[in-house]
Design a protein around this ligand. Structure first.
Ligand code: 26Q
Length: 825
């Protein structure tokens, strides 16, 4: 491989900037539409979107190139955010906002009697993630660019993203999401930076005449990794960072041997195998253990990205690795890319000739690991036999890392073999397994959780032994979300109102929203706040009407829970409350009633049976409630299909009440809670994850707290008798009776038995019924407060005003200050 700067990069003057007035945008748009795409204004909206994307992309290009060139300079320390998921959503609207071209773009579209909204909403979501972890990576990329930090994202260009959710008789159906089918104007293929990835093969060990030795990994099945670059623009700062997504391709499209033997199909088969690696995103948001293809994806990402970083390193530094650790840091988004630890060791030793100690010094100074889960069952483990088959050389390196590590454990705790067993990277048992989290901790100089409680519980529970050995490695980085997408872009009316009140610098520095606190008591301002919220509720009601055919009245409270469907997130608790309200209406207990529209949304992993039954239950309960004339506008329930980033952009501005009701100690952080808060929703929540910090920021009087705390949850398990809770609480008894008598499944008897049994099981891990009373009481307080319009508005304004801490800019600032130590360029 050449280590010289490519000649084509020398002495090229900076690209000139294009005009950004509406006339220039309109003329480029028309040119792209007619001359490049060969379409006319009456075409399907996707081409309008495409033409506008090329128009805007042209305005991104110059800064993209100049940003990249600055990062290429010798001595610029860089961070690499490695993630199997980047849940980007749509790009066009986001770039328009970040470039400050909203009004010019709107005007340009108006010259063709088009609406900008109509054009931007024709874009397919880039659904390259499951949920929180993937969206966090996307928010982080936005913040890094906005803070001008030299950070490159590395991920996978899945041909199929997160499945599209449809319903058949209330049951979830998964449809493939072929998001790239019509082309993607936001990616730039870069075949010149292709990398070769090895799988399988066999090992040889050779000693040379100088007393040195080398490990050879031979006869491998190689796959090509082709990068596609996606621009990430910063907010009005001429910075455009890069998200580099890898796509798999066969090394030689025709295997010559097979071809000559006349086996054309067999020759093409190899191509299929290779390209399967990046075909589809795994749709589970808790580890689905042992799938060979998933391990291939992980190694493919890790190896391609590391080789790419090494390639860039050698352009400036040749084969001198002495300063590599001073100028590079890898942030691993959960354990998914953790095989990078072994791969970096392999590349440095086997390919670059460094010794073990030199390679380890570099690896252990450049790797940092973020954990996103407290559920022990979600910790990633891989059977050793899979490693033996696919990644024999990385496995050998993992063994050696483990052997050296266990020696250190033995020195620290002599004779404590129990502890050595507990801490070993290799779990012994019928099937020996590699514990990825332990590999990550052993190799990383930083290990962080994603909210204060979560980070604290990690050191006390899952990672306690490691914390005792290396307390200095552990730290917290409370999550955040980007206020550009989640307020400025998703909620333009609220943004204008905020700007009119406190000026527009809050978009750059979100801590400034605190200035709104001075206006909480201002009646006029509150009235305008209310007007904006109502308009946003109208927009949400239209979405619900379109997708669910349910009528939401904007005078009702909009009560929303959207997130992945999981038992620990307790959508069931929400439904129990809805059934309780329905029961009250049926019994005529409606004095001082607050009308409520409950919206639930989210995808269930295709193999997670009970989660899918929860969806079916919501749909069935909705059918009964929405079609009962006695209920009317007092209560509505809808399940919004195919929840994702774009849906959330309409859902969160229109929400009054944000449901964050996980079993305490189980939700690592949550980030939806932050998006809702910024948009003026009030939270009903447990003392869990980042809810705790939201509660701290906004004050108890502006947050509806309920339920057991994490340590109470653990204590309660010993004496948990859900049936006695039912027997002692008339409301709960009636709710359970409605479920048990088949009131919501008259045509499909028994289908909810499993759900009912799980609630009544003394070993229910999520203790749903333990929090029922406290939840219903909190909801009663919510309803009463909502009827006091000015009190509710004050809470709503206070929530936005207190949300400054939850900007991803703050989070990234902390990552940089404590871990990455990059210089803003
Ligand atoms: C692992 C192995 C095989 C297949 C899939 C997976 C897998 C994929 C995705 C495991 C986990 C995930 C995603 C986890 C996730 O989204 N966690 C959430 O991360 C958020 C950001 O930190 C937190 O706010 C949430 O609390 C946490 O649940």
């Amino acid at each position: 491989m050449s280590t010289k700067k490519p000649a084509c990069d020398i002495k090229i003057p900076p690209m000139e900037k294009l005009p950004t007035d509406s006339a220039a945008l309109a003329s480029d748009f028309q040119r792209y539409l007619t001359r490049y795409l060969g379409r006319y204004l009456g075409c399907v909206p996707f081409y309008l979107y495409e033409a506008m994307s090329y128009t805007i992309r042209d305005r991104v290009m110059a800064d993209w190139r100049s940003t990249w060139r600055r990062y290429e300079n010798k001595g610029v320390r860089k961070a690499y955010y490695m993630s199997l998921e980047f849940l980007i959503g749509r790009s066009l609207g986001n770039h328009i906002l970040n470039l400050g071209l909203d009004s010019e773009s709107e005007m340009a579209m108006n010259t063709f009697a088009l609406d900008l909204e109509e054009v931007t909403s024709a874009e397919h979501d880039a659904g390259l993630g499951n949920g929180g972890l993937g969206r966090l990576a996307a928010c982080f990329m936005d913040s890094c660019a906005s803070l001008k930090l030299p950070v490159i994202g590395y991920g996978i260009r899945y041909e199929y993203g997160m499945f599209r959710q449809e319903f058949d008789n209330g049951y979830q159906i998964e449809e493939p999401d072929h998001w790239l089918r019509d082309g993607n104007p936001w990616e730039l293929e870069r075949p010149e930076y292709t990398q070769v990835i090895k799988f399988g093969g066999r090992l040889e060990y050779i000693s040379d005449i100088n007393g040195g030795s080398r490990h050879l990994w031979l006869d491998t099945d190689d796959v090509l990794a082709i990068p596609y670059d996606v621009p990430i623009s910063g907010y009005k700062n001429n910075t455009v960072n890069t998200l580099r997504l890898w796509s798999a391709s066969a090394t030689n499209i025709f295997s010559l041997e097979d071809f000559n033997a006349g086996s054309y199909p067999e020759a093409v088969e190899a191509k299929n195998d290779a390209e399967h690696i990046t075909m589809v995103l795994y749709p589970n948001d808790a580890s689905e253990n042992g799938k060979e293809l998933r391990l291939k994806q992980q190694y493919f990402l890790a190896s391609a990205s590391l080789q790419d970083v090494i390639r860039m390193w050698e352009i400036n530094e040749g084969n001198d690795y002495s300063r590599f650790a001073d100028e590079n840091v890898f942030q691993m988004n959960d354990t998914h890319p953790t095989i990078a630890v072994a791969e970096l060791m392999r590349l440095l030793m086997d390919e670059k000739g460094l010794s073990w100690d030199e390679a380890w010094a570099i690896t252990s100074k450049t790797m940092a690991y973020t954990n996103h889960t407290l559920l022990p069952e979600a910790l990633e483990k891989w059977p050793v036999f899979l490693f033996e088959r696919l990644l024999p050389r990385p496995l050998q390196i993992i063994y050696e890392i483990n052997a050296r590590f266990l020696k250190q454990v033995a020195r620290q705790w002599p004779g404590d073999t129990q502890r050595q067993m507990r801490m070993s990277i290799i779990e012994e048992g019928e099937v020996r397994q590699v514990r990825m989290a332990y590999l990550a901790i052993v190799a990383s100089f930083s290990v962080n959780g994603v909210a204060a409680l979560h980070s604290d519980l990690l050191t006390k529970g899952l990672f306690r032994d490691f914390y005792e050995l290396w307390p200095e490695r552990f730290n917290n980085k409370t999550n955040g979300v980007t206020p550009r997408r989640w307020v400025a872009h998703a909620n333009p009316d609220l943004s204008s109102l905020i700007t009119a009140q406190i000026g527009n610098d809050w978009v750059h520095d979100f801590s400034r929203v605190a200035k709104l606190k001075a206006h909480v008591g201002d009646k006029d301002f509150a009235e305008r706040w209310h007007t904006v919220k109502t308009a946003n509720k109208k927009r949400l009601a239209a979405l619900v009407k379109k997708h669910c055919d349910v009528d939401f009245d904007t005078d009702s409270m909009f009560d929303v829970q959207v997130k992945r469907i999981h038992e620990y997130k307790r959508q069931l608790l929400n439904i129990l409350h809805v059934i309780h309200l329905y029961d009250r209406i049926k019994r005529g207990d409606t004095k001082n009633w607050t009308n409520r529209c409950v919206l639930i949304g989210g995808k269930a992993a295709p193999g997670y049976h009970i989660a899918k039954m929860i969806i079916k239950l919501v749909n069935n309960v909705a059918d009964v409630i929405n079609n009962d004339p006695q209920v009317g506008n007092r209560l509505k329930l809808a399940f919004i299909p195919n929840y994702g980033v774009s849906k959330m952009e309409i859902v969160c501005p229109g929400t009054d009440l944000s449901e964050q009701i996980s079993t305490a100690g189980k939700e690592a952080s949550g980030t939806g809670n932050m998006k809702f808060m910024m948009n003026g929703a009030v939270t009903i929540g447990t003392y869990d994850g980042a809810n705790i910090e939201i509660l701290d920021a906004v004050g108890e009087e502006n947050f509806f707290l309920f339920g057991l705390k994490a340590e109470e949850v653990e204590a309660r398990r010993q004496h948990y008798h859900p049936q006695s809770l039912v027997d002692e609480d008339d409301d709960l008894e009636r709710v359970m009776h409605l479920l048990q008598c088949g009131h919501f499944n008259s045509l499909e008897s028994k289908i909810f038995d499993e759900i009912i049994d799980s609630l009544l099981n003394p070993h229910d891990p999520w203790l749903t019924l333990a929090d029922f009373r406290s939840y219903v009481d909190a909801q009663t307080r919510v309803a009463a407060t909502y009827r006091d319009k000015s009190a509710w508005l004050a809470m709503s304004i206070n929530n936005t005003a207190s949300s400054g801490h939850f900007s991803a800019d703050r989070t990234i600032g902390e990552y940089n200050e404590d871990i990455w130590k990059l210089t803003s360029i």
